[in-house]
Design a protein around this ligand. Structure first.
Ligand SMILES: C[S@@+](CC[C@H](N)C(=O)[O-])C[C@H]1O[C@@H](n2cnc3c(N)ncnc32)[C@H](O)[C@@H]1O
Length: 251
C-alpha cells in the first residue's frame, strides 16, 4: 500500500489510500477501519490531482457514502468534502509556519484559498490581520465561508469567489504578504502578486521542483522580481527527489 491520509476528527474521519496493483483494496480498507474506529469511509485514489480546482477521482472501498467531515488541527475546525475540494491534512505544519511569519496588523492576499485553512490558521493566531482570500471553486468557497463561521472569525477574512487573474486587478501595492499556494502553476501568477504586494512586502510562492534545481529556480525568480532576499522551505515530498517547496521572497 502506498500509504494513507486520515482527514476528520475523533468522531468521524475518512481515510484516503493509494492501492497498488494486485493489492486487495477491500481488505486494506477493513484493516484501516478496524485500527481507526473513527474512520467511517475509506476512499481509494483513482487519479492524480487534475484541472483548475485540483481535485482527484476516488472510489469508495468501504463505509458511508457521505464523505463530508470536520477536520481538526491546531485548535480550529475545517469542514470539507475531499471529493469536491482540495485539502491536505499533511500541510498543517506549513500553515503554522506561515501563521508564525505574519505580524499583527498585516494585510494579506491569499490567492488560491481553497476551503480556507491558511486564512483560518493565520486569523486564529493574529486577531488584527486583514485577509483577502480568492478562490475559483464554488464548493471550496462555500466551505471557506462556513469554516470562517464555525471558527468564529466572522468579518476577519474577505472571501472572494473568482479568478485570481481578474480579481487581483482590483488591488494595487497594498498587501504586506501575498501567499500563492498553487504549486503546479503559481509562477504564472507572479505579475498578479507584484501588482498587489507593497514595495517591502513578502511573496510566498509554492512550487514543485527537483532537489537539484530548486536553489537555481529560486535564485532566478528572486532575480526576475528584484527581491532583496529569499528563503527556501521544503514543505512535503512529492515524488522521488522531487518536493513541494515554498519560496519566501522579500521585496
Ligand atoms: C492546491 S489548492 C490549495 C487550496 C488551499 N490554499 C489549501 O491550502 O488547502 C489550489 C486552489 O486554487 C484554486 N484555484 C486554481 N486556479 C485558480 C484561479 N485562477 N483563481 C482562483 N482560485 C484558483 C483551486 O480551485 C484550489 O482550490
Amino acid at each position: 500500500m502506498g500509504g494513507y491520509e486520515i482527514i476528520g476528527n475523533r468522531d468521524k474521519a475518512i481515510a484516503i489510500v493509494e492501492i497498488e496493483k494486485g493489492e486487495n483494496g477491500k481488505k486494506i480498507a477493513e484493516e484501516i477501519m478496524k485500527k481507526h474506529k473513527n474512520v467511517k469511509t475509506v476512499l481509494k485514489k483513482m487519479s492524480e490531482r487534475k484541472g483548475v480546482i485540483r481535485t482527484r477521482s476516488y472510489r469508495i472501498l468501504s463505509g458511508e457514502k457521505n464523505t463530508e467531515v470536520v477536520h481538526t488541527e491546531y485548535g480550529y475546525r475545517l469542514l470539507l468534502d475531499p471529493r469536491k475540494v482540495y485539502f491536505s491534512a499533511r500541510e498543517s505544519t506549513e500553515r503554522q509556519r506561515l501563521a508564525s511569519l505574519v505580524k499583527d496588523g498585516e494585510k494579506i492576499m491569499l490567492m488560491f484559498a481553497g476551503i480556507g485553512p491558511i486564512a483560518i490558521a493565520i486569523a486564529k493566531k493574529h486577531p488584527n490581520v486583514e485577509i483577502v482570500a480568492i478562490e475559483i471553486n464554488p464548493a471550496a468557497v462555500k466551505y471557506m465561508k462556513k469554516n470562517i463561521e464555525i471558527n468564529k472569525l466572522n468579518g476577519r477574512v474577505k472571501v472572494v469567489f473568482g479568478d485570481v487573474k481578474k480579481e487581483v486587478k482590483k488591488y494595487s501595492k497594498e498587501f504586506d504578504r501575498v501567499i500563492m499556494p498553487l504549486p503546479h502553476k503559481s509562477e504564472l501568477f507572479i505579475d498578479e502578486a507584484l501588482q498587489c504586494v507593497k514595495p517591502n512586502g513578502w511573496i510566498h510562492l509554492y512550487v514543485i521542483r527537483g532537489e537539484e534545481e530548486i536553489e537555481q529556480v529560486a535564485k532566478e525568480i528572486s532575480k526576475k522580481i528584484n527581491a532583496k532576499t529569499f528563503n527556501i522551505k521544503k514543505v512535503l515530498p512529492y515524488a522521488p527527489r522531487v518536493n513541494k517547496y515554498c519560496i519566501d521572497l522579500m521585496l
